[in-house]
Design a protein around this ligand. Structure first.
Ligand code: NAD
Length: 339
């Protein structure tokens, strides 16, 4: 059993921790919480709790939440640290993990240069094989790679994608916008170069706007192929990729709120949708150009990628075995239906 310590139990950390409990080859040794609040209390009922450093011990003691020790103590018992700290903390923590000779996985809020290895299971599982430091790319980048990587089988493709981004996560009452559409004035937005850090050499440009929703992101994707390609051939490349699920307006699925309803009604934990959801009836081909819409559940699509990255770093399973195992444990693939 691979022993994993989770540094930070926020949106991503708590989901990866839960996903690890569903695997038969890894376990959670403990989780780090920085502040004694309701989420620390919840976490302490499921996992052993640790704090980033000694100075935080007293506040936890005062609040009556049981703590086992510090991050240093957690590292003693762990073979890998899953770092899900807020964006920008990675560099500081990488130095600590390195000093303690611990492998670590970082998240998409960090720069590619932190690890020089950005990961997606479909695209480059084997690149992380035996490596010490890996970064799982962000939710939007994961979403784009999931549907684009299979299309690279057609040759050199050109991608132009527009991203409608959720403002913040549902539990966050501090950020906006609440009545505005906010364009990312840097073109390309960081997502395009990030996709190309995994699918090397891909010709991709992205633009992004932020809107007042917390549920999901929505992408408009345009792909140009070297030659004309039919819809059935394109669907053939996505076939069997369980992490891409199809829905259809014909079934009444016309919005991200309904996708979240599907997640709730099918009993997904926390209403998570690990799959990238592609509207089958949006798939349109004009000459050698393809157009489609897809939706990304930002809180959960990176979770299976983190699990597979661990297996690759510890050489536990080959790509297909790892993906199969992860998908089965998280019920990924059950949502693949559309008329
Ligand atoms: P979050 O804000 O939900 O959680 C971060 C956690 O870290 C909180 O529990 C916070 O208390 C704790 N924390 C704060 N300061 C800390 C410190 N100095 N040391 C240790 N812990 C500290 O963040 P998140 O959304 O889970 O994001 C984590 C990483 O995952 C970021 O790199 C982010 O870009 C990436 N990511 C986020 C999403 C998303 O949509 N939320 C999706 C994919 C990737």
């Amino acid at each position: 059993m691979l022993k994993v310590g989770i540094n930070a139990y926020g949106t991503i950390g708590k989901r990866v921790a839960e996903a690890i409990t569903k695997q038969d080859d890894m376990k959670v040794v403990g989780v780090v919480k920085a502040h004694p609040n309701y989420m620390s209390f919840v976490a302490s009922k499921k996992f052993k709790l640790f704090v980033p450093e000694k100075s935080a011990l007293k506040s936890f003691e005062d609040s009556g939440i049981k703590v086992e020790g510090t991050l240093e103590n957690l590292m003693d018992d762990s073979e890998l640290i899953l770092d899900a700290t807020p964006e920008g903390e990675g560099e500081k923590y990488k130095a600590i993990y390195q000093k303690n000779k611990k492998k670590a996985i970082f998240q998409g809020g960090e720069d590619h240069e932190l690890t020089n290895l950005s990961f997606n299971a479909y695209a480059n599982f084997k690149e992380a094989w035996g490596k010490d430091y890996v970064r799982v790319v962000s939710c939007n980048t994961t979403g784009l790679i999931r549907t684009l990587f299979p299309l690279t089988a057609f040759g050199k493709i050109k991608v132009r994608a527009n991203l409608v981004r959720r403002a913040t996560d549902p539990d966050d009452y501090t950020k906006g916008p609440i009545n505005s559409i906010v364009p990312d004035l840097k073109i390309p937005s960081h997502h395009g170069p990030d996709v190309a850090s995994v699918i090397k050499g891909l010709d991709i440009q992205t633009m992004a706007v932020k809107v007042p929703t917390t549920l999901m992101h929505l992408h408009f994707v345009n792909v140009t192929f070297p030659n004309e390609v039919g819809v059935d051939e394109i669907l053939g490349k996505w076939k069997g990729k369980r992490r891409v699920a199809f829905v259809s307006g014909k079934d009444g699925v016309k919005s991200t709120s309904q996708l979240m309803d599907i997640a709730r009604e099918t009993g997904r934990e926390r209403s998570d949708l690990y799959e990238i959801i592609l509207w089958k009836d949006s798939i349109s081909v004009k000459g050698n150009e393809l157009f489609y819409y897809q939706a990304v559940h930002q809180e959960s699509d990176v979770v299976p990628e983190n699990i597979d990255a661990m297996r690759s770093m510890f050489q536990l399973d080959e790509k297909e075995e790892s993906i199969d195992k992860t998908d089965k444990s998280l019920r990924i693939g059950e949502l693949a239906y559309a008329r």
